[in-house]
Design a protein around this ligand. Structure first.
Ligand code: ZN
Length: 296
């Protein structure tokens, strides 16, 4: 029997939960995906997966949960480990960490999916060696997590980088934006859903000379510039479906250089704004990092 501890990993997303069992970041012993439906049904499916894995591999030393938000991260609050108020039907007030911790009687690490992702990227991926690093995902929505000296930022709640308010692109003034809270915040203008609302398809489906590419790069670059102004990160790791659009990261880098006026001490934009080193595993490995942290 192996001496190294066994960890359970949950990447809790709005459309699917990715579950994994691992002893270290290089070997996932077992993974699966389940659709995010109603909380009780989804949690039951997750518990069944981990019970089954536990029968085969032994008991869990700790379980990490990298969750969609908003979530409560205050360890001293009665609602720690809960999803708070989400527009996703039925999920407001769901006690994710409590349900998992009670079922397996082990420590539970809990954070936002994007905070977990930057933790994993700093340990094993594109942000190794950085004191201050940020992970941005641009997919259906936009989110960002940040790490300072190895610690994810929480504060009053947790960063909500997708909801910053950007300067409008002069060729994009007619679109009101789709954020239910802010209209034309970054997510309301530059998320995959906002792209679809404007142009009826994904960014990668639009011709490479379509103005959408420059417009979206302009908005995303403003987040990169704001991050330099606020946090002075050594790495801004970018992932998500929209960021996989060919050429987009280069457009964002070029716009970030232009908009920043070469002010923030960045010598090489290509080493500041970098693609994810862990690909679509950053969330699940983030959950592993949270589990390991919880055990320590
Ligand atoms: Zn918003």
């Amino acid at each position: 029997m192996s001496a190294s501890p066994l960890y359970g990993c949950i990447e809790a997303g709005g459309t699917k939960f990715v579950l994994g069992v691992a002893r270290d970041h290089e070997t996932l012993l077992r993974t699966t995906r389940i659709p995010t439906t109603r909380p009780a049904e989804t949690l039951d499916a997750a518990l069944a997966f981990f019970n089954d894995a536990s029968t085969e591999f032994g008991s869990f030393a700790a379980i990490g949960i990298a969750s969609f938000g908003p979530v409560s991260l205050d360890r001293n609050a009665p609602d720690w480990g809960h999803i708070t108020t989400t527009p996703k039907p039925g999920w407001s007030g769901t006690d994710l960490a409590g349900a998992i911790g009670r079922a397996f009687d082990c420590p539970v690490g809990f954070d936002t999916d994007v905070n977990a992702a930057i933790l994993a990227e700093s340990l094993w991926g594109a942000a190794r060696g950085s004191d201050i690093a940020v992970y941005i995902t641009v997919g259906t929505g936009i989110g960002g997590g940040a790490l300072i000296a190895g610690c994810p930022i929480h504060g009053l709640r947790h960063p909500e980088m997708g909801h910053m308010l950007p300067r409008r692109h002069p060729e994009d003034l007619a679109f009101a934006g789709i954020c239910p809270f802010h209209g034309d915040c970054l997510e309301g203008l530059a998320s995959g859903a906002a792209i679809r609302a404007r142009w009826g398809c994904s960014l990668s489906e639009l011709a490479s000379d379509h103005p959408a590419h420059a417009i979206i790069a302009y908005y995303l670059a403003q987040l990169a510039v704001a991050l330099q102004a606020l946090l002075s990160p050594q790495r801004i790791v970018v992932g998500g479906g929209v960021m996989a659009t060919p050429g987009l990261i280069d457009c964002v880098r070029a716009e970030a250089v232009r908009l920043s006026g070469d002010y923030f001490g960045c010598r090489d934009i290509a080493t500041l704004i970098v693609p994810t080193g862990l690909g679509d595993r950053s969330g699940l490995l983030g959950a592993l990092a949270l589990a390991q942290k919880a055990l320590r």
